[in-house]
Design a protein around this ligand. Structure first.
Ligand code: BES
Ligand code: ZN
Length: 611
C-alpha cells in the first residue's frame, strides 16, 4: 500500500479514476440518491483497487463488457470516523472501466435535503458541499485532490424542479430508458413527472469540486458569461442581480492579473441560509451563502475570493490537505489584488487588517496545539473540518506578501502568471512550489527564511501588520473603548460593515457588560442586517456576560447555518458556565435539523469539547 494522501484510501501504486459517468435518481421523499457510475481508470489494472466511500450502500459491481461480468467487492465493515469505508474491488485482468450501482444514505455528509417548509420556494431542495472529504459520501471515488477527474452527470429530478451543477449544462429533457444504467428501475427513472438535467465536465477537477443542487431555482443574466441562480422568486433574484452587477468586470480584472479565465462561464448560485460556508469555489458555478446579499455591494469580497480560486485552487490544486495553504493563501492574496482594483487600496487594506486580527486570534485558539499554526501541518488522523481556521488563509497571504515585498510587485506579478501557466490542471505540493520559487527567484532562500515560514509554528517576525490610515484609526478607537470612550457619530459616519467588524474584533476582551450595552444602544449593532457585524457584536456580548441578547443569539443560530457564525457563537456560549452552556445545548437540539451535516458535526464537537 502506497498512501498518497492521509485523508484517502487511494493507493499510489494503482491507477486512479480519470472519468466518471454518473446517473443519479434524486428521491426527495427518502433523502436518497439511487445511482450508477461507470468509472474509467487512467490505465488498465488487475486485482485490488481501493475507492473511498462514506455511508454509501453498494449494490453491484460489474465489468463494462457486454454482457457484464460480476466483480468481487467488499466494503470495510466498520467505517473509520474520518475516512469512511474503503471499497475494495477485485478487478479482472486489464480492466480500464467498471460499473457500480449504489445508494447514498439520508445522512450523507455532503448533502443537505430541505423539505418544502424549510425553503423559500416551498419546493424541496438539495445541495452538495464536498470539500474537503465529502465527495465520497455521494459516490465511490478516489477522493483525494491528488487525482483529477472529468465527469458526465445525469440528474433525474421531479419536473417542477430545476438543477444546476459545477459543469457545462448540456440540456433538460425527458428521461430515456437508456439513461439509468441500473441506478434504479426503468419504470421509476422514466415515470411521468420526472425530467433529466444533463451536465458534462470536460476539464479535469479534483473530486472536492464536484457539486450540484436541485430545487425551485430561477436565474438572471448578469453579463455575457455570468448569471446568478437562486430560489425564492423575482425579489431575491432582483436583489442578487443588483448585488452582483460587477461580476463580469471582476472576471476581466482576474484575467489581467492571473491570465486567461479557463472555465468558460462564471455563474453564481445563492443557496438557502443553511449553506455552511460563505462561498465555495465550485468551477463554473460558485456556491454562496445568502448572507452575502446585504444590499451594499459588499458581497463582492466573497465573490472576488471564489473567483480567484478559478486560478489558485481550481487550476492549480493542493495535492493534499496538508498543502491547503496553496489553495487558500494564494486565493486570499489574489482576492485582495482583485479587491484593490475594483474597490481601491483602502478597502484591500481593511480586509488585510481583519485578516491580521484573525491570524493573531488563531495563535490563541491553537496555543495548546501549535501544529495547526504551521503553514504545512501534519494532518494524519485529523478531520480537516475540525481544524479549519484562518491560518492557511492569512499566514499563506502573509508569506506571499512577504515575497512580494522582497522582489517588488512587477516581478511578483510576473512570477504568479508564470506559476499558473506552469502548473495549471495539476495538483502540487508545497515542496514543488518552493522549488519553483527558488528556480525563478534565485537567492530568495538567502533573503527569506522559507523553512521557518513553511514548517515553523506561530507568526514569523517578518510578517507585517497592514499599514493604512483607516486601519490604524479604527484600531486606536477600539483601544480607547477600555477607558470608556465610544466612537462618536462623526467618527463612524462613513463606516460600513467591514469597518465595524474590524472595530469589534479589536476591542479588548475583558470589557464591562454596561459598556457593551451602551455601544449597542447607540449603534444598534445587535440588530445589524450584516451578519459579520451582528455576530462579532453578539460574541462580545456573550463574553462580557450580557444576558439581554440571548434572544438575538438564539434567532441568529436558528436562521443562518454558516459555520463562520456558528463556531464563535456556540464556542462563546459553551465556554461560559451554567445558563449560557444550557442555552447552547437547547438551541442546538432545536436547530440541528436545519444545519447541513458538516455544520451539525462541527457544532456538536464544540459542545462536546466544553461539556
Ligand atoms: N474553499 C473555501 C471553503 C471551504 C474550505 C470549504 C475548506 C470546505 C473546506 C472557500 O473558498 C472559502 O474560503 N470561503 C470563505 C470565503 C471568504 C474567505 C471570503 C468562507 O466561506 O468564509
Ligand atoms: Zn477559499
Amino acid at each position: 500500500m502506497a498512501p498518497v494522501d492521509p485523508h484517502s484510501y487511494t493507493d499510489g501504486a494503482h491507477p486512479v479514476t480519470k472519468h466518471a459517468a454518473l446517473s443519479f435518481y434524486l428521491d426527495f421523499t427518502a433523502s436518497t440518491i439511487h445511482a450508477s457510475a461507470l468509472l474509467t481508470l487512467s490505465e488498465p489494472h488487475s486485482g485490488d483497487l481501493l475507492l473511498d466511500t462514506r455511508a454509501v450502500s453498494v449494490h453491484s459491481a460489474t465489468t463494462a463488457a457486454d454482457p457484464p461480468e460480476p466483480i468481487l467487492f467488499s466494503l470495510a465493515a466498520s467505517p473509520d470516523p474520518i475516512l469512511g469505508s474503503a471499497l475494495t474491488l477485485t478487478l479482472p485482468p486489464d480492466t480500464t472501466s467498471f460499473h457500480l450501482t449504489f445508494s447514498t444514505s439520508p445522512d450523507a455528509s455532503a448533502l443537505q435535503w430541505l423539505a418544502p417548509p424549510q425553503t423559500a420556494s416551498a419546493q424541496p431542495f438539495v445541495f452538495s458541499q464536498c470539500q474537503s472529504i465529502h465527495a465520497r459520501s455521494i459516490f465511490p471515488c478516489h477522493d483525494t485532490p491528488a487525482a483529477r477527474i472529468t465527469f458526465s452527470l445525469l440528474l433525474n429530478v421531479p419536473s417542477q424542479l430545476s438543477a444546476v451543477a459545477a459543469a457545462r449544462h448540456v440540456g433538460r429533457r425527458d428521461p430515456l430508458p437508456s439513461d439509468h444504467c441500473g441506478a434504479c428501475d426503468e419504470a421509476l427513472w422514466c415515470a411521468p413527472g420526472r425530467v433529466v438535467e444533463e451536465f458534462e465536465m470536460e476539464q479535469p477537477v479534483p473530486p472536492y469540486l464536484f457539486a450540484f443542487a436541485a430545487g425551485g431555482i430561477g436565474s438572471r443574466d448578469l453579463g455575457p458569461r455570468t448569471r446568478v441562480y437562486a430560489e425564492g422568486g423575482d425579489k431575491v433574484l432582483d436583489e442578487a442581480a443588483r448585488e452582483f452587477a460587477g461580476v463580469e468586470d471582476m472576471v476581466k480584472v482576474g484575467e489581467d492579473l492571473f491570465g486567461p479565465y479557463e472555465w468558460e462561464r462564471f455563474d453564481l448560485l445563492v443557496l438557502p441560509p443553511s449553506f455552511p460556508y460563505g462561498g465555495m469555489e465550485n468551477p463554473r458555478m460558485v456556491f454562496l451563502t445568502p448572507t452575502v446579499i446585504k444590499g451594499d455591494a459588499s458581497g463582492a469580497q466573497v465573490v472576488a475570493h471564489e473567483l480567484a480560486h478559478s486560478w489558485t485552487g481550481n487550476l492549480i490544486t493542493n495535492k493534499t490537505n496538508e498543502d491547503f495553504w496553496l489553495n487558500e493563501g494564494f486565493t486570499t492574496y489574489a482576492e485582495r489584488r482583485i479587491v484593490e482594483v475594483v474597490q481601491g487600496e483602502e478597502r484591500a487594506a481593511l480586509n488585510m487588517g481583519i485578516g491580521w486580527r484573525g491570524l493573531n486570534q488563531m495563535m490563541e485558539r491553537f496555543k495548546d496545539n501549535m501544529e495547526f499554526t504551521k503553514l504545512k501541518p501534519k494532518m494524519a488522523g485529523i478531520d480537516p473540518d475540525d481544524v479549519y481556521s484562518e491560518v492557511p488563509y492569512e499566514k499563506g497571504f502573509q508569506f506571499l506578501w512577504r515575497i512580494e515585498r522582497q522582489i517588488g510587485r512587477p516581478a511578483f506579478d510576473e512570477f504568479i502568471k508564470k506559476y499558473i501557466a506552469m502548473f495549471k490542471f495539476q495538483s502540487i505540493d508545497t515542496e514543488t512550489f518552493l522549488e519553483f520559487l527558488k528556480a525563478n527567484v534565485p537567492g530568495i532562500e538567502n533573503q527569506i527564511d522559507l523553512h521557518l515560514w513553511v514548517e515553523g509554528t506561530g507568526i514569523p517576525p517578518d510578517a507585517m501588520e497592514p499599514d493604512s490610515a483607516i486601519y490604524k484609526k479604527i484600531c486606536s478607537l477600539a483601544a480607547e473603548f477600555k477607558s470608556g470612550k465610544l466612537p462618536s457619530e462623526d467618527e463612524v459616519a462613513d463606516w460600513n460593515g467591514q469597518e465595524w467588524e474590524l472595530y469589534l474584533e479589536n476591542l479588548p476582551t475583558d470589557v464591562e457588560a454596561s459598556q457593551v450595552t451602551a455601544l449597542d444602544e447607540r449603534y444598534k449593532l445587535s440588530e445589524s442586517r450584516d451578519y459579520e457585524v451582528k455576530v462579532a457584536f453578539l460574541q462580545l456580548a456573550i463574553s462580557a456576560g450580557c444576558k439581554c441578547y440571548f434572544n438575538e443569539v438564539e434567532k441568529c443560530l436558528k436562521q443562518v447555518g454558516r459555520m463562520k457564525y456558528l463556531r464563535p457563537l456556540y464556542s462563546s456560549l459553551a465556554k461560559c458556565s451554567g445558563e449560557e452552556k444550557m442555552l447552547a445545548q437547547r438551541i442546538f437540539s432545536e436547530a440541528q435539523e436545519f444545519y447541513h451535516p458538516i455544520a451539525r458535526g462541527v457544532a456538536e464537537s464544540i459542545l462536546s469539547k466544553h461539556s
